[in-house]
Design a binder for this molecule. Structure first.
Ligand SMILES: [Zn+2]
Ligand SMILES: [Zn+2]
Length: 121
């Protein structure tokens, strides 16, 4: 059942100082995501819609301060996902572990650099 191990974190470490979230997976692989990347790839409906309209109209200015990239809390959703609470109050994005694993930014998974959040492999 390596498939399950790959998508099941052993532990999740949020390093607020470094601005990173490190996941050690059941198969021993380690993925380190920047909180900036996580926020930029927030999978909630609101953020997806914002990114879509920014793509359609790159000149459109978003009112207000940029989204916070500081994580103040993390909570498991069942055993398949994690939800991050951001410092600016946002907290509806649910990151599915299989997607996070597929998007692992380490050089052996993605030598060309971190991809956007990918669908589950
Ligand atoms: Zn969001
Ligand atoms: Zn990797």
């Amino acid at each position: 059942m390596t498939h399950v191990l790959q998508h099941r974190p052993q532990d999740i470490t949020v390093d607020r100082k470094a601005g990173t979230v490190t996941i050690r997976w059941g198969d021993g692989h380690i993925s380190t995501y920047t909180t900036r990347w996580l926020r930029a790839n927030c999978p909630c409906a609101t953020c997806r819609e914002e990114r879509r309209s920014a793509e359609l109209d790159p000149l459109k200015l978003v009112p207000g301060p940029p989204p916070s990239t500081e994580i103040v809390g993390a909570e498991l959703v069942g055993n398949y996902a994690v939800r991050f609470q951001w410092q600016d109050g946002h907290g509806t994005g649910i990151f599915v572990f299989a997607s996070l694993r597929a998007s692992c930014p380490c050089p052996s998974c993605h030598p060309e650099g971190p991809p956007p959040l990918l669908p589950p492999a």
